[in-house]
Write a protein that binds this ligand. Structure first.
Ligand SMILES: Cc1cc2nc3c(=O)[nH]c(=O)nc-3n(C[C@H](O)[C@H](O)[C@H](O)COP(=O)(O)OP(=O)(O)OC[C@H]3O[C@@H](n4cnc5c(N)ncnc54)[C@H](O)[C@@H]3O)c2cc1C
Length: 587
């Protein structure tokens, strides 16, 4: 089995040439993000991912987390890896120094998180959920709650969870029923939560659950949900009435325990104000959705690396031109096509994700309020795209990885199958692709008459002028594909804005999200090709030539789908809605 190697060259190229690390590092508070520091962080993270997390990924999947009598044992090596993770300060990396963190830009923590997710997605979910809980406390926690919980959570000695889902409340959180009764300075929380990632485990001293619940007098629906901190161990060290009733048996991420949590008058502390819990969740949603989008990229990268190693070793079939002895399958055009699809889409996703991360940093720290606003609306537009497109593409790429392996991909020993199984959850949790697409079409396009999308399309127009100046034949070909893709997006934006029937636009919402992803990826690949062309004379020639060729491939094989997606969005709605419910099955 091939070992994970962080794609440091591509990561650094994207950070510096596309996402503007130099500019981000000039923002107030990010002075620490000097080129040397960033390089050192990436090198160290890469070692940790390859040497500690990757080796327990396959074994962790095979063994899985185990439940017995309310306790959960994580697979061999996870406890120790988590201890090393915290001792190395990795858990604290994305947080403010006030709480023991390193105050680094999101642009720098993003490639680091990509490494954790590529090398061991199950493991990475524990710090991811802790981060979500920390952000909730930072956002609206009282000083007392912050002082009590944040230092240990930032350090990683205590982990966090997000308890939203209940059996009857999945995508629709207005249906949450868990109750919260006021009792002096705290609340008693009762109810059942399902699918709680790392709801119970043996890697940390305490688990801090963030739980959505309703007070008795709360109004129905989304306006009556509050957010509570419910620790596994209370401040006096006693066990709270929060119990893990079981864990799920799942298609993938076997090492990550997915818990059914039962709260039976458990002590909880209100975060912020009553009835505003869902509003707080919405504020945090961008970060969480972005993080899950990164999972799609990370799995794609890992699946590609494994498929590439296999394709260089597996000998089968003769060279089409030279004949002779059987050759490694990487010589065959169709295998190359699959590898190029994997590589080009991973690189396009990385560029889009990191560029969005940089915009998050500008939206938070740019001294100019207008610039902050401009970056924030771009982030808001791109979040459903990063989440929806990267995860859907991650699954496709993981599936291609299985295909490159042939039969060996379908059996478990090569590890290719695990990536496909693990990737499958990413389009479901933190809002399914359908939910992301409706957010994109409804809130991010229709509600503001397509203003941000049109501003972004104007950026593509100026890029077109730059591409026109290139003499490179591959860049020229890519320019034509990108122009068609941008036109397809523009047509769909107009269609969405002018549409009077939400069923029509929602029927094409997922194809539109895919179109946005493909074109946004093409935008980045075109920028990458231009940057590579400029550096060719002085830089790493093999890498830069590969970048240009990969961008050209992306144009011919991926961007080219834009026209068909446009047709689906604009013309496909009628057929989606045409059958009666009885007509679905002609039994
Ligand atoms: C492994 C795993 C880990 C998880 N971790 C957590 C966690 O840590 N914390 C937590 O709170 N939850 C967690 N979840 C829950 C997860 O967020 C939900 O499964 C997800 O939000 C979808 O909800 P659901 O499963 O009830 O599906 P449903 O909401 O029932 O959706 C079923 C289908 O209907 C579609 N659909 C639903 N509503 C609409 C609509 N209005 N319009 C169009 N289509 C619609 C969906 O897109 C989907 O295809 C986890 C789930 C899993 C499987």
């Amino acid at each position: 089995m091939s070992a994970y190697q962080a794609p440091l060259k591509d990561m650094k190229f994207v950070l510096n040439e596309l996402a503007g690390l130099g500019e981000v590092a000039k923002l107030p508070g990010f002075e620490e993000a000097t080129p040397d520091t960033v390089d050192a962080i990436l090198e160290e993270a890469s070692k940790f991912a390859s040497e500690v997390l990757d080796p327990i990924n396959y074994s962790g999947d095979q063994e899985g987390s185990k439940w017995a009598d309310g306790e959960v044992r994580t697979p061999k090596g996870f406890r120790d890896a988590y201890k090393q993770f915290c001792d190395g300060g990795w858990n604290a990396l994305p947080f403010e120094s006030e709480w023991g963190g390193q105050s680094l830009p999101r642009l720098v923590s993003t490639p680091v998180q990509e490494m954790w997710k590529s090398s061991n997605m199950s493991f990475s979910l524990c710090p991811l959920l802790t981060q979500g809980a920390i952000e909730a406390l930072l956002l609206r926690g009282s000083d007392e709650l912050k002082d009590r919980y944040l230092p240990k959570m930032v350090e990683g000695r205590w982990t966090g969870t997000m308890n939203l889902t209940e059996p009857q409340a999945g995508s629709d959180l207005s249906l949450v029923r868990t109750r919260a009764e006021r009792q002096g300075d705290h609340y008693l929380i009762s109810g059942q939560k399902i699918f709680i990632t790392y709801g119970e485990h043996d890697m940390a001293e305490n688990i801090i659950h963030l739980v959505l619940a309703r007070t008795p007098e709360a109004p129905e629906g989304v306006k009556g949900i509050s957010l509570f901190v419910v620790p596994k161990l209370l401040p006096d060290g006693k066990r709270n009435a929060a119990r893990c009733a079981s864990i799920e048996h799942k298609l993938g991420i076997h090492a990550s325990p997915t818990a059914v949590m039962v709260y039976d008058k458990a002590t909880g502390y209100l975060v912020g104000e009553e009835n505003r819990g869902l509003e707080y969740m919405f504020i945090m949603m961008n970060a969480a959705r972005f993080a899950v989008g990164l999972e799609g990229l990370a799995i794609a990268e890992r699946a590609f690396q494994r498929a590439l190693a296999f394709a260089k070793e597996r000998v089968q079939g003769r060279d089409l031109v030279q004949g002779g002895k059987a050759v490694p399958i990487i010589r065959h055009p169709d295998v190359r096509r699959m590898l190029m699809l994997m590589k080009s889409q991973a690189e396009a996703m990385r560029a889009l994700a990191y560029t969005t991360a940089a915009a998050m940093d500008f939206a938070r720290k740019d001294p100019d309020p207008e610039a902050r606003k401009r970056h924030q609306v771009f982030v808001d537009l791109m979040i459903p795209v990063v989440k929806g497109w990267c995860t859907e593409t991650g699954i496709e790429v993981a599936s291609l990885g299985v295909q490159v392996h042939g039969g060996m991909g379908f059996v478990e020993e090569t590890g290719a199958a695990q990536y496909l199984r693990d990737a499958r959850i990413t389009t479901i949790y933190e809002g399914t692709t359908g939910i992301q697409a409706m957010d994109l079409v409804g809130r991010k396009i229709a509600r503001e008459a397509g203003a941000t999308a049109k501003a972004w399309l104007a950026t593509l127009k100026s890029l077109d002028a730059e591409l026109a100046r290139s003499g490179n034949v591959d860049v020229k070909a890519l320019r034509a594909q990108l122009a068609q893709g941008a036109q397809a997006v523009a047509d769909c934006v107009n269609f969405i804005v002018e549409s009077k029937d939400p069923r029509g636009t929602f029927a094409g919402a997922v194809p539109f999200l895919k179109l946005m992803g493909i074109v946004a990826g093409g935008w980045q690949m075109a920028r990458a090709a231009l940057a590579a062309e400029k550096k060719l004379a002085s830089g790493d020639r093999a890498f830069l030539e590969a970048k240009i060729a990969t961008a050209r491939f992306y144009g011919d094989h991926v961007l080219v789908q834009a026209g068909a997606l446009r047709e689906t969005v604009v013309k496909g709605a009628a057929a989606v809605m045409s059958l009666t419910e009885d007509q679905f099955l002609a039994a």
